[in-house]
Ligand binder design. Sequence first.
Ligand code: 9G3
Length: 584
Amino acid sequence: MTNVMHMSRMYAPTLKEDPADAEIASHRLLMRAGMIRKTASGVYAFLPLGQKVLAKVEQIVREEMDATGAQEMLMPALQPGELWRESGRWDDYGPELMRLTDRHDHEICLGPTHEELVTALVRNELRSYKELPLTLYQIQTKFRDEIRPRFGLLRGREFIMKDAYSFHTHQESLQKTYDDMSAAYGRICERLGLDYRPVEADSGQIGGSVTCEFMALAEAGEAELVHCTCGYAANTEAGDCLARPTEHDVPEMQKIATPGVHTIAELAAFLDIPESSTVKALAGKSDAGDLVVLFIPGDHELNELKADRAVGGFTLLTDEEMEAYGLPKGSMGPVGLPKEARVVAARSLQAVQKWVVGANEDGFHYVGAGLGRDFEVDEWADLCIVQPGDSCPECGLPLSGARGIEVSQVFQLGDKYSRAMDATFADEDGTETPFLMGCYGVGITRSLAAIVEQHNDEYGIIWPFSVAPAHVCVIPLTVGDEEVQPAAEKLAADIARLGLEVVIDDRSERAGVKFADADLIGWPLQIVVGKRGLAEGKVEVKLRRTGEKKDIAFSTITELLAFAKRSGGITKSGTGYFDGLFER
Ligand code: 9G3
């Protein structure tokens, strides 16, 4: 029986006003549309319409996981503390790890992730190379006691994640699964209608883990990234920085009195040149205790992570230490440094022959300091935080800046957990060897919010067809009218028989309320059945995504939708049947 949902019987308490604590569109609209309700800080209930969307997001993820050969299973949220002691992570995490003791005084945590649990689960029975590779996944509730939950579902304390774990005999096999999962994540983002960028996190990241994050572009996103039309994308803390300051041609080095000039902004203003034409100096100490002076383009910021990696730990000098070295704050340069200083410069400065830079004398700067003529650079390194406008390291075009929501990520874990927890397999010659592992997560509830962040307007949510709580909303204008009501019910039943999901707004509400709620909840297609229209044998059809409306003969509407269903081709894309509905 293809049932039609009735709004008169549905628990979907829509709100006219924006909730006070909702700062971003998805939080505001999911609350107003009667899809979620907050039960505690960072903890949400999904009401029936929200659950319908959630189930579709999960199903899309499930289909793409199954297609990779991963096997669904389900692990508990209650995890024994001793597993986290084995991996050494019990003490790594602070209050973010939700811990409790049970009635027998055993330490337990509510799982924020399941590397330890899944490794302990398989280690006694996954024993031979013949059984590998193996990928297990679950769609399950996670707990992380965020210090400041905010932005609704984007940063909650209890949320739903699909987390997968793979086990391998060797690196090539791990790489294959990593690549397959990355491809599956791309398909998932497409099917969810998400505009996303895969962002390679810095492979040199502390711990050397290989990872890629899938970012849904959104102003509400916490991650800052740069991306290029050629496909390159990077987290700003990891991306390459090839900024090329514009050359400022000066015949030879001139020492210029620059009284009171200490910042880049003051220097650029004083010389009336762009900040990008100046060079910024930062003096610090390496972990080994060397004096290191870093030089980067004046309009960029130092990337601490990269500086650490370039010089082996980098800590800025204190004012006293600067004094001790005789280094004038705000006027340092490569000419006349203490001889023991290591001069490390951003790679992009290699192309700049003449620098505008401090003269190592307070109140003086050089213009035209010649690289290789007036000073030497000991090492060139990637030191800057990449920023929009920098040239793409792949194709050279200027990078665009964006904010993103990390909706999924893939990790290569190596043998970090299998070694710590003695999870081994017997290889061909019977030697016990720790598994190589990968782990792969999709934020289910976070993806749902990301979809709303990318698909909304001033009237409400615009659900992509693939995850909409229903596809068509039939709106009878005058409820109880002996003609309109039965016609609307019949139309709804006919459309449902096509295999589309249909809701009828049979509430005895004014038309304006029904239209506003239909736009707020975001059904992809609305069909209005009114007395006047019926008299002419017509109904009004409206595409939520474009707002296009058209009067269409009542008699042809189901044939039209059947056509759309045949030609539309859905479930893989986010837009769905109805695009082009009026074109035929
Ligand atoms: C914790 C707490 C928070 C955490 C973690 C552990 C993040 C933790 C990283 C991961 C890596 C992958 C499998 C699915 C995909 C992500 N926050 N991470 O390990 F104890 Cl309190 O979860 N895990």
